[in-house]
Design a protein around this ligand. Structure first.
Ligand code: ADP
Ligand code: MG
Length: 593
């Protein structure tokens, strides 16, 4: 922003506001002080209490929907679990407020994880339906399990914790909690977990292949979101001293979702803005209540207009404006080298594939293919379009389950492992149709690559940044590290994808048509890049149609046709093989390279 100094060192992910954190702490303290000293009516106090406790729950949606891209229409249920734990725990079981809050949060976390577990098989609309069902079940239990929940009557006379018995001090407590949790959610974005969540949101398949346990990441996102729901609900119960099932219905879940979408899912600031507005707008419009219906119509229209003209929410819109004034900080060249261990000195063979088949119904896309890749060389997999090259790669990296056959990487049988576990075992790959996380910067994309489980630097944040920068420097893109990759040219996107794989220091690098779509000068750069990677001892398997490129960089070639291996051996021999010439290059005299 224009008023603040921005600094960037080699360890920074994005330009940091020097006064950001102290200013934030000051802001929260001022808000707390105002809550205590400013005299207010019970009405204002209630609105403020509702806004702060709701905002805590809405922060949860910033995580699950904003960071991880998963729909959750049950946030009110988690809010209710926290509220009822604080209500019933104190009134019926005589427990301490804080103990109840902890229990409520734990219960919410458990159910959140359970709900997240349903993402194993479900996504999109189905996931939305499961969360709605969960929401309805919680509502039904609250209404009908009368001996425990007191049914529709709700729970009355819920006490507040000692020291915070007075409404104003309790509001200050809620603001403090919101301030702390908001900060943590803001920080989460740039942690390893936060990056993993964003990667899952942007491209789930690429996330798995980069070594992220997609399922565990989603379960964690749901659990964290539920925790925030539970805390918000617990505080709400203490604030209003009365809870009943209708406060935690599906309609409220929709309200929570609207709040986060309205404010902007990308940032906790959006959550707070959205919550504040959706609670305040109806109050501002109260004077219209004499005309029935008008109030709701204006309220609805306002929400629709905001969502329509600010698809990223209010904060997303404001940020876009503010970014115009932002001084761009060019990253200082790190001058770091990129060591590629290539898995060290093991046996001579890196990858051993035996009798690999992949059938799609009756189509034998890959048919009993054998493949041996020796350490340290470049091995090309070629063949006409539709001959099964990409399918082979997809079976190798675990995106498809093999119909038959075995795959051994560095002596380890990886045939039945999920993609992220194969990546942990040392596979790195790029995709024929580029799969980057498009809303993330080049550096963030490559950092996730460096965070590959199994990479020695993965647990050291500073080393991850250094390695990612080195990988970007290796492909000549370090000066664009802090730019969002969606704005990159096709060739640069390819380079970032390769850098992402290199940053993970894989044992074997699989490249699916890296030259596709590149212009001739980009192809020259690619050829040089491949040679530089290979010179560092990393084993590469490359699929490409460019015979000049293949014959220049590859020592070994395997040729597929209709899913079957028709030739295999040293490049010069294979390219002379009559079957290869017939099947791949065509038999006519006008053979194109
Ligand atoms: P290549 O990469 O060599 O051009 P592919 O491996 O993409 O070829 O495809 C091999 C064959 O498998 C093609 O006939 C293709 O249509 C088929 N195929 C690939 N993926 C699938 C899929 N998911 N479902 C059904 N058929 C597929
Ligand atoms: Mg292909």
């Amino acid at each position: 922003m224009s008023t603040t100094e921005t600094t960037a060192t080699a360890g920074d992910i994005r330009p940091r506001l020097r006064w950001g954190v102290p200013a934030y702490v000051l802001l929260v303290l001022v808000a707390m002080t105002l809550a205590i000293v400013v005299p207010k009516t019970g009405y204002i106090l209630n609105i403020s209490m509702q806004a702060t406790t709701y905002a805590v729950a809405v922060l949860g949606l910033t995580i699950v929907l904003g960071l991880c891209g998963q729909i959750n229409l049950a946030q009110a249920a988690f809010f209710g679990l926290g509220a009822y734990a604080v209500g019933l725990g104190q009134t019926d079981y005589g427990l301490n407020f804080w103990v109840c809050l902890l229990i409520g949060t734990g219960i919410a976390a458990g159910f959140g994880a359970l709900l997240g577990a349903s993402t194993l098989r479900l996504g999109g609309h189905y996931l939305a339906m499961v969360t709605i069902s969960f929401q309805q079940i919680v509502t039904l239990v609250l209404i009908n399990w009368i001996p425990v929940t007191k049914g529709p009557d709700g729970v009355r006379a819920i006490p507040r914790p000692p020291l915070f018995g007075d409404g104003s001090t309790y509001l200050a407590l809620c603001i403090a909690v919101l301030g702390i949790l908001g900060y943590l959610v803001w920080r989460l974005r740039d942690t390893r977990l936060g990056r993993a969540m964003r990667a899952v949101r942007d491209n789930e398949l690429a996330a798995g292949v980069a070594g992220i346990d997609v399922y565990r990441t989603k379960v964690t996102a749901f659990a964290l979101s539920a925790v925030l729901g539970g805390i918000g609900g617990g505080l709400f119960a203490g604030g209003f001293s009365y809870v009943s099932p209708d406060q935690f219905s599906f309609a409220e879940s929709v309200v929570f979702l609207t709040m986060v979408l309205l404010g902007g899912v990308a940032s906790p600031i959006g959550a707070v803005i959205g919550t504040g507005l959706l609670i305040l707008i109806p109050e501002w419009l109260r004077f219209l209540k004499s005309i029935p219906g008008l109030y709701l119509a204006i309220y609805g229209a306002a929400v629709i207009l905001i969502v329509l003209f600010m698809p990223d929410g209010i904060w997303g819109y404001l940020r876009g404006r503010l970014d115009r004034f932002k001084r761009t900080v060019l990253p200082v060249s790190s001058g770091l080298a990129l060591p590629l261990s290539g898995g060290g000195e093991g046996s001579e063979t890196v990858l051993e594939v035996r009798g690999l088949s992949k059938h799609f119904g009756g189509l034998k896309a890959v048919d009993e293919v054998d493949l041996t890749i020796r350490r340290g060389g470049v091995h090309a997999l070629i063949g006409p379009n539709g001959s099964g090259k990409t399918t082979t790669l997809n079976v190798l990296s675990g995106l498809y389950r093999a119909t038959a056959g075995t795959v051994t990487l560095n002596g380890q049988d990886i045939t039945n492992l999920p993609p992220h576990a194969r990546t942990k075992a040392g596979l790195g790959r790029t995709f024929q149709n580029i799969r980057l996380w498009r809303s993330m910067t080049a550096l963030e994309n490559v950092m996730v690559g460096a965070e590959r489980p199994g990479n020695p630097v993965a647990n050291d944040p500073a080393a991850v940044v250094a390695r990612a920068r080195a990988a970007l420097a290796f492909v000549d893109l370090e000066d664009r590290a802090n730019e969002v990759v969606a704005s990159f040219s096709y060739g640069h996107q390819r380079a970032v994808e390769i850098a992402r794989a290199l940053a993970g220091d894989p044992v074997l690098l699989l490249l699916d048509e890296p030259g596709a779509g590149l212009n001739s000068s980009e192809k020259v750069e690619l050829r040089n890049l491949l040679k530089r990677i290979s010179a560092r001892g990393l084993t590469i398997m490359i699929i490409d149609h460019d015979m000049t490129l293949v014959s220049e960089v590859a020592q070994h070639i395997t040729v597929l046709n209709f899913g079957r291996r028709i030739a295999d051996g040293y490049s010069a021999d294979v390219l002379k093989h009559p079957d290869v010439i017939a099947a791949y290059l065509g038999t006519g005299p006008d053979v194109a390279a």
